[in-house]
Design a binder for this molecule. Structure first.
Ligand code: UDP
Ligand code: MG
Length: 153
């Protein structure tokens, strides 16, 4: 099944929203297969946000991501990348639809609670950036038959 990276950003942790955000993904039926709390570095953020390096807000973005620890999560499920991306909502949280994570907890373009991978290809690259094989836990999901059709598992 598909896997995607979620980063609970420093503001998510500091505002006490981590449990709430994790709970949303759990309730949607996604499976948590890896998780760790880390402090991100300037070096890894240069790579992770390379597509934004020429933007005027690049340093602010990196400073915000280093302002407190983050929680890295790998979620697994049917169409996990798109499902998680849609649950996060629009990047510019002031435009994010209510009911999405950003639409419920932020109005900021920068401090928008979560990072989510934007494609299966980038999810694979990003998961490799932050996790090693031994970070993953493999365990049975006895409710899968109640969550998915046979061809979705
Ligand atoms: N960002 C920002 N200002 C902007 C656009 C993006 O500060 O005008 C930050 C924001 O924290 C966003 C991150 O840069 O989550 C990465 O931007 P991207 O376009 O990849 O958006 P995302 O994939 O997070 O929705
Ligand atoms: Mg992005």
């Amino acid at each position: 099944m598909e896997r995607t990276l979620v980063i609970l950003k420093p503001g998510c942790l500091q505002r006490g929203l981590a449990g709430e955000v994790i709970s949303r993904f759990e309730k949607r039926g996604l499976k948590l297969v890896a998780m760790k709390m880390v402090r991100l570095t300037d070096e890894v953020l240069d790579v992770h946000y390379a597509h934004l390096k020429d933007k005027p807000f690049f340093q602010w973005l990196k400073d915000g991501m280093m302002a407190a620890p983050v929680i890295l999560c790998c979620w697994e499920g049917h169409c996990a990348v798109q499902v998680v991306r849609d649950m996060a909502g629009a990047t510019r949280a002031s435009k994010a639809v209510p009911g999405t994570i950003r639409g419920d907890y932020s109005t900021s373009a920068q401090e928008n609670i979560v990072h989510t991978s934007d494609s299966p290809e980038n999810a694979a690259i990003e998961l490799e950036r932050f996790f090693v094989e031994s970070d993953y836990c493999f365990y049975d999901s006895p409710l899968d038959a109640f969550k998915y059709a046979p061809d979705e598992i």
